[in-house]
Write a protein that binds this ligand. Structure first.
Ligand code: FPP
Length: 241
């Protein structure tokens, strides 16, 4: 959800104002995604690097997260949305963690779209964390290092990532980056191995349901080959066939 600060600055307002307006966009995008039948939507809310922002900004961000979850809980439940958090939950303040955990619990039985908030999230951190958990299991004798290079090794490693809670929707199909930036910024690196990227100049506070639909439409028109070739294409000339 990038570009809140720049969006606010252009309007002579504070960064915090941008976050408030940005938080106001979440609801409509979540509803649109759910209505389109998307199985998992992950919103990058707070990166591991964001901890170094000024305290006043951090305070507002945590308030906004709590407010969103408290205000929208009923509606999310009605829509059948399941909620998960990807990231370092143990770094969250007890009050934030309390609200987050109770929302996750309340929506845990739902079978509709899975909404994830990446909070205190960094993809490298996630991968390193998974490697440590796997190593710990090897030391305990539950796993063997060789399993990683066997046929199902990648799936096994994936089961140690935070996104394993997303089940078979853990592989990212589409990454939308708002605000004109063209970077990956440590977001779902493993999961996005074959993802399509969509970049838009629109800053997050202006990114509405129609913007989301446009991104999904463009994604739908792309050809995804996963490193293979189009089966209808002629690969070699007649003489070689
Ligand atoms: C990046 O914009 C955005 C963030 C660091 C925070 C995003 C958070 C919200 C929209 C609201 C709170 C979260 C929830 C889940 C309700 P930026 O500040 O880096 O913008 P800039 O690049 O223009 O400075």
């Amino acid at each position: 959800m990038d570009g809140n600060g720049r969006w606010a600055k252009r309007r002579g307002k504070t960064r915090v104002w941008g976050h408030i307006r940005g938080a106001g966009r979440i609801k409509s995008v979540v509803r649109e995604a759910s209505d389109l039948g998307i199985r998992a939507l992950t919103l990058f809310a707070f990166s591991t690097e964001n901890w170094s922002r000024p305290d006043a900004e951090l305070t507002v961000l945590w308030k906004l997260l709590k407010k969103f979850l408290i205000r929208e809980l009923e509606a999310l439940d009605r829509e059948g949305v399941r909620l998960v958090i990807l990231g370092e939950m143990d770094r969250l303040a007890p009050d934030v963690r309390g609200v987050v955990e109770s929302a996750v619990k309340r929506l845990s039985g739902n079978s509709g779209m899975c909404l994830s908030f990446a909070v205190s999230y960094g993809s490298r951190r996630e991968i390193v964390h998974a490697a440590k958990q796997f190593a710990d299991d090897c030391v305990r004798g539950v796993r063997k290092a060789d399993e990683l290079v066997e046929a199902k090794g990648e799936a096994l490693f994936q089961s140690y990532l935070w996104t394993s809670v997303l089940g078979d929707a853990a592989d990212t199909d589409l990454v939308i980056r708002t605000s004109g930036e063209r970077r990956v910024s440590n977001f779902l690196l493993w999961q996005s191995a074959y993802a399509e990227y969509y970049f838009t100049e629109t800053c997050w506070p202006d990114f509405d349901a129609e913007c989301f639909r446009k991104a999904v439409r463009e994604y739908g028109a792309r050809e995804r080959r996963f490193g293979m070739v189009d089966s209808t294409e002629r690969v070699a000339g007649d003489s070689q066939a």
